[in-house]
Design a protein around this ligand. Structure first.
Ligand SMILES: [Mn+2]
Length: 362
């Protein structure tokens, strides 16, 4: 057993009841890695519940959860933490969770995004940017831990992890050695029929309509494509990253930014939501986005940010409101494109510092 899986084991064994919080949009990588962690921690003797702060959005993600019978409760922003001794966060840059952090300890933080500077300590903190997905990291931990799971559970977990790896690496186009190592191990257990069923689900009508909107409203600026798609209901939120993926694949520009205003009418909630996609390996999307707002971040090829607009949900002039949001967002994104030279230098410096560190520590 490797020292990593040993430290995971000793961290989990310190607690009886663990709450796993899926913080961002509940995508297949986040759901699969949380699901795998639940099985591992239950094998190690801890009861574990999975909650997602947000609701599922895409039809294929709903089908993914349904077919694999993944026990996550969605759209939960209230939870009684007296029921838990510790919490865990997977597939998110930050281990901070409102109303939970500071009250119970963070037992596990596993992620593959750019590390985020914060003072939250976790008993087991494992951040690896060389992995294309958190699912791969979980798969390799399971390989080393060798938990005894019943074959049906193992099959579900392996299937979920394969799908998590597949979606986060854009069907393996960004897969790294770690992802392939993980696939080599779990592919012996997964159910390819379920993956095929999920992959066959077509885009929803709403996504197609918004895609059309995006194509007609695109602006090109110094090799970047920027497009605003207007207002959309929170149930269609994940259309934004899908449209960004789609526009990038058309291959006209190396970087794409798609944004829209996501609304939840019942709760009077409104959010500017943007997705970044790039084919440039050295474009530091995390730096680019963090300078727009700390409520966002990225990794190689992908990034996103959100800006709360709740106050503006009272605005009676929707056309005007959208124009203001659109103009401001485009202006800000253009500014960041102009400031790119500086960001790129910072990226070079970071990489230089890391390679010097690796050199001296080896
Ligand atoms: Mn991920």
């Amino acid at each position: 057993m490797s020292s990593l899986s040993e430290s995971l084991e000793s961290a989990v064994k310190k607690h009886k009841r663990i709450l796993v919080v899926i913080k961002g949009s509940p995508d297949p990588d986040a759901i699969a890695s949380a699901f795998a962690f639940k099985a591992v921690s239950e094998f190690l003797g801890a009861e574990t519940d999975l909650i997602s702060l947000k609701n599922l959005s895409l039809p294929q993600n709903r089908e993914f959860v349904r077919l694999l019978d993944i026990p996550v409760s969605f759209d939960r922003d209230e939870v009684d933490i007296r029921d838990y001794d510790a919490y865990a966060v997977l597939d998110n840059q930050s281990a901070s969770v409102e109303r939970i952090t500071g009250k119970i300890p963070c037992v596990v933080h596993i992620d593959h995004h750019e590390p985020f500077e914060e003072d939250i300590t976790a008993d087991f903190k494992y951040i690896n940017q060389d992995a294309g997905s958190t699912s791969s990291m979980m798969a390799l931990l399971i390989r080393d831990l060798k938990p005894i799971l019943d074959p049906d559970t193992m099959k579900k977990i392996a299937t979920a992890l394969v799908y998590g790896i597949q979606t986060d690496t854009d069907k393996y186009s960004y897969a790294t050695k770690i992802d392939y190592d993980a696939l080599r191990y779990i592919s012996a257990y997964y159910d390819s029929g379920i993956i095929n069923r999920i992959s066959e689900i077509p885009l929803s009508e709403t996504t197609i309509r918004l895609l059309n909107e995006a194509i007609h409203n695109q602006t090109e600026y110094k090799g970047w494509l920027v497009s605003g798609i207007g207002f959309l209901d929170s149930s269609a939120r994940d259309s934004i990253p899908i449209i960004a993926d789609f526009l990038l694949k058309r291959g006209e520009q190396n970087t794409v930014v798609v944004f829209g205003v996501v609304e939840d009418h019942d709760k009077k909630k409104m959010m500017l939501d943007a997705s970044f996609r790039s084919t440039e390996e050295h474009l530091n999307l995390d730096d680019i986005i963090k300078e727009i707002t700390p409520e966002g971040g990225g990794r190689k090829y992908k990034g996103a940010f959100q800006i709360n607009l709740d106050f503006f949900s009272y605005c009676p002039e929707r056309v005007l409101l959208w124009d203001i949001v659109k103009l401001t967002a485009i202006e800000r994104i253009k500014n960041r494109r102009d400031g790119l030279y500086i960001t790129e230098l910072k990226g070079v410096y970071k990489r230089l510092r890391k390679s010097l560190r690796d050199f001296f520590s080896s």
